[in-house]
Every structure is written in structure tokens, then in C-alpha cells.
Design a protein around this ligand. Structure first.
Ligand code: ZN
Length: 150
């Protein structure tokens, strides 16, 4: 990643999530479990989520290794998902994919993305889009499996 081409503040947030990942660790008996890997970069991520009685995401954790983009994206994901419904989680994944694929988002949608916005610059580096989306694609697969089990 050519960091000098990304906004400096954004770099700081990305590196902070990379160095101090939020919600790191596996969860026992997760309702949702997902794994993803990105052969282009060697990134690997494992996600676990536990739902509360109302079906909201109560707790979420991740383990991973790889580049700063993939791991900061996974760390931000875990922060964002807590307290969300599965529908909201799915919508966030779609919004983030839209952002990276160059779609114009409304201010309201941008607000929903929170810290994820710092990864917007990645869209200028197509090979890195896979890194940024890794955890989110894994999440979507995990949500599908969860729905299929019901
Ligand atoms: Zn990567």
C-alpha cells in the first residue's frame, strides 16, 4: 500500500486498528462463524458472532493475519456490528462494497459506515479492494450459512 497517497489522518486510524485491533479473539459457541482468505495478499480472517434473544449481534470477535488494510477493516467491522441486527449487518457490508466500487453514497449512508470511511482511498488500488472486503465477504457468507441452518 502506498500510504503516502492516503490522507494522513486516515492512515493513522488504519494503523491504529492494525496495531490495536478491537475485539480480537475467538468466541465460544458462536451463532455465526465465518472464515475468509485472500490468496493475492496472504490475508486470513476468522469471525465469530453471538446473537442475543432478539437476534441482535451481542458480541463479535475476530482473529486474523495479513496486511494492515485487511486487519484494520476486520477490526472496524467488529466495532460496527455490535448491537446491530443481521439485516443491518448485511446492509453495512453492501454499503461498504458500494463505497469501494466507487458508488456515490448519501451523507446518511456514509454516517452508517463510521470508521470504515477511512478505507475509501483503497478504491484507487483495485488489488487492495480484496483486502478491505475480506472480512465483510466472510461475514456475508457466515450470515448466509446462519440463515440456511434455521
Ligand atoms: Zn491484504
Amino acid at each position: 500500500m502506498q500510504f503516502d497517497e492516503l490522507d494522513e489522518l486516515y492512515q493513522e486510524i488504519i494503523l491504529d486498528h492494525y496495531r490495536n485491533p478491537r475485539n480480537r479473539g475467538r468466541l465460544p459457541q458462536p451463532d455465526i462463524h465465518a472464515e475468509g482468505n485472500n490468496p493475492f495478499c496472504g490475508d486470513e480472517v476468522v469471525l465469530d458472532a453471538i446473537l442475543d434473544a432478539e437476534g441482535r449481534i451481542q458480541d463479535v470477535g475476530f482473529e486474523g493475519r495479513g496486511c494492515s488494510i485487511s486487519l484494520s477493516s476486520a477490526s472496524i467491522l467488529t466495532d460496527l456490528l455490535r448491537g446491530k441486527t443481521l439485516h443491518q449487518a448485511e446492509a453495512l457490508a453492501t454499503l461498504f462494497r458500494d463505497l469501494l466500487h466507487g458508488k456515490e453514497l448519501s451523507d446518511e449512508d456514509r454516517k452508517k459506515l463510521g470508521d470504515l470511511e477511512v478505507l475509501e482511498g483503497v478504491r484507487n488500488y483495485p488489488i487492495r479492494i480484496k483486502c478491505a472486503l475480506l472480512a465483510w465477504l466472510a461475514l456475508q457468507e457466515g450470515l448466509e450459512e446462519h440463515r440456511a441452518r434455521k
